[in-house]
Design a binder for this molecule. Structure first.
Ligand code: PLP
Length: 465
C-alpha cells in the first residue's frame, strides 16, 4: 500500500509550533500533489501567522534545546521550491548556497520528490544485513560512469573519508605483506593532505583537515597525518614515501578552503608520486563532485584518475548519504566485517540518489552547468570591474569564489537582506557561490545584480569615508 499524506484543510496551519506532524506540509502544500489519496491543494504559499513571534520562538527554543555549535542568522526558513527559499515572513530568497552544495536539483524537485515518496511508501530501511534494490542500482550507475569498480556507502562526507582512510590503511598492510589483524605489525600508515583542505569533522577526516581551530580542542588527533602545502609538488614529493605513506587525500577543487581548483600538473604529479610510493590517491569530491564542475566527476576535468573517490553532499539531493568509489584492488583488501554502517545506503537515500544521478549525468544537463558557470563568472567580472575589494573571481562550473580583500561576512549579510543566500569560504574572505545546478540564466543574472549592488556600494561607502 502506498503512503497517503496529510491534506491541508485551511489556508494556513495556525499551530505550527506544536503541530510536529503537519507543520511543514501545511507550508509546503505541493507535497499534496503526490499524495495517493488527496486532491492537489492549491493555496498560495505564504507567510506564517505572527511571523515575528514564530521566528523569535523558534530561535529562542533553538538556543534552549540545541547545542550551540552553529552560528546562525535570525532567520527561519519554512519552505523551498526550485532555487528559492522562503522564510516565515514569506520573504523569498534566491538560494546560491544550496545547503552547502547539497541541493543540486534545488528544493523539492518533483522528480526527486516522486522517487522519495514512492520509495518511502515501499521500503525505507533494511540495514546492511540484507540486500535491497536501489543501493545496487545506484552503485551500478556510479561504477559505470566512473573510474571505479566498486562502491561503499556511508552517511556523510566525513564518514566517506573515514572509510577511505580505513581502506587505505588496510590496503597498505596487505601490500606490506603483514597480517592485517596482527596488532604488532608495522606497515605504511601515513595519510597526506594539503593546506586549505577540508575533509570533515570526525577524528580521522579531521586530522586531514587544515584548520587548527577545528582540531586543537580535540587533540590528540589521528597519528600519521601529514599536512603538505597545496599545489606544491616538491613539498609533496618530500613527504610521500614508499614504506611510509598509505594514502594522499586531495580535493580536485578546494571548497571550504576558498574555491581553489588544483592544476592538472599537480594532480598528475601526485598520481606519479603515489604510484612510486605504492600509496593510494584519494580524491575528495564531497563538494566538487556530481556535476558541480560541469563534468559528472571533478577529476574528469584534469585527466587524472584516483584509486578512491569520496562523494556525499548532492548525491541524494538533500538526504544524508556518502559514497566511496574504489578500484578493484582496494575493494579486494576489505572483507565482510571490516567496515560497516547501520543506515548507509538504505533504500530511501539510494533511491533518491538514483533520481539525482540520472538527471545530473545527462550530457545536456552537464553542458548547461558549464554555460551557467561561465555566464556567472564573466558577468561578475564585468559588473565588479574596478571594484577594489574584489581580488579575484575563480571557479569551475557552478562552484565560484569571489576573493575579497576583507572578511566576507558583511557582504553575505547584505546580500541576504537583498534576497540572495550566499556563504563564505577560505579564511572567511571569500564569497562562495554553490547554487542548485538547476538555476536558470535569469537566476544567474539576478544573483550577479544583487552581488554587484552590494559590493559596489561597499566600495562607494569606503570612498566617501
Ligand atoms: C570536500 C569536503 N569533504 C568532506 C566534507 C565533510 O562532509 P560532511 O559535512 O557531510 O561530513 C565537506 C563538507 O563541507 C567537504 O566540503
Amino acid at each position: 500500500m502506498k503512503a497517503s499524506f496529510h491534506v491541508h484543510q485551511g489556508p494556513r496551519c495556525a499551530d505550527l509550533l506544536s503541530c510536529n506532524v503537519h507543520s511543514r506540509r501545511c507550508l509546503r502544500r505541493k507535497v499534496c500533489r503526490v499524495s495517493a489519496t488527496a486532491a492537489p491543494v492549491k493555496d498560495e504559499i505564504g507567510s506564517v501567522p505572527n511571523a515575528t513571534q514564530f521566528t523569535n520562538d523558534i530561535i529562542s527554543e533553538e538556543k534552549k534545546y540545541i547545542m550551540q555549535t552553529y552560528a546562525r542568522p535570525d532567520l527561519v526558513f519554512t519552505h523551498g521550491e526550485g532555487a528559492r527559499l522562503y522564510d516565515a515572513h514569506g520573504k523569498e530568497y534566491l538560494d546560491f548556497a544550496a545547503g552547502i552544495a547539497v541541493n543540486a536539483l534545488g528544493h523539492s524537485d518533483p522528480r526527486w520528490l516522486e522517487a522519495v515518496v514512492e520509495q518511502a511508501g515501499t521500503l525505507t530501511h533494511t540495514s546492511n544485513l540484507f540486500h535491497s534494490v536501489p543501493q545496487v542500482r545506484l552503485a551500478k550507475r556510479l561504477v559505470e560512469q566512473s573510474f571505479a569498480d566498486k562502491v561503499f556507502y556511508a552517511n556523510s562526507g566525513t564518514e566517506a573519508n573515514e572509510a577511505a582512510i580505513k581502506f587505505s590503511r588496510k590496503y597498505a598492510r596487505l601490500q606490506a605483506g603483514v597480517d592485517p589483524y596482527d596488532a604488532g605489525a608495522e606497515a605504511p600508515h601515513e595519510v597526506v593532505s594539503f593546506t586549505g583542505s577540508f575533509h570533515g569533522r570526525t577524528l580521522g577526516a579531521l586530522a586531514l583537515t587544515y584548520k587548527d581551530a577545528y582540531k586543537i580542542p580535540f587533540a590528540p588527533g589521528l597519528p600519521g597525518a601529514r599536512m603538505v602545502k597545496y599545489l606544491d609538488l616538491d613539498a609533496a614529493a618530500a613527504v610521500i614515501k614508499k614504506g611510509k605513506t598509505a594514502a594522499v587525500f586531495v580535493e580536485p577543487i578546494q571548497g571550504e578552503g576558498g574555491i581553489f581548483p588544483a592544476s592538472r600538473d599537480f594532480l598528475q604529479g601526485l598520481r606519479g608520486l603515489c604510484d612510486e610510493a605504492g600509496a593510494l590517491l584519494v580524491f575528495d569530491e564531497v563538494q566538487c563532485g556530481l556535476g558541480r564542475t560541469g563534468k559528472l566527476f571533478g577529476y574528469q576535468n584534469f585527466g587524472v584518475e584516483p584509486d578512491i573517490l569520496t562523494l556525499a553532499k548532492p548525491l541524494a539531493g538533500g538526504l544524508p548519504i556518502g559514497a566511496v568509489l574504489v578500484k578493484q584492488k582496494v575493494a579486494d583488501a576489505m572483507k565482510p566485517g571490516d567496515h560497516g554502517s547501520t543506515f548507509a545506503g538504505n533504500p530511501l537515500v539510494t533511491r533518491a540518489a538514483e533520481a539525482v544521478v540520472d538527471i545530473i549525468s545527462e550530457p545536456a544537463f552537464l553542458e548547461s552547468v558549464v554555460d551557467k558557470g561561465e555566464r556567472l563568472r564573466s558577468s561578475l567580472r564585468e559588473a565588479l570591474k574596478g571594484n577594489e575589494h574584489v581580488k579575484e573571481i575563480r571557479g569551475l562550473g557552478l562552484i565560484t569564489g569571489i576573493q575579497l580583500d576583507q572578511p566576507a561576512g558583511g557582504v553575505v549579510t547584505a546580500a541576504r537582506d537583498e534576497g540572495l543566500i550566499v556563504i563564505t569560504a577560505g579564511a572567511g574572505d571569500v564569497v562562495r557561490l554553490v547554487p542548485p545546478l538547476t538555476i536558470t540564466n535569469d537566476d544567474v543574472d539576478l544573483a550577479v545584480s544583487i552581488l554587484a549592488s552590494v559590493l559596489n556600494s561597499l566600495q562607494a561607502q569606503n570612498q566617501t569615508v
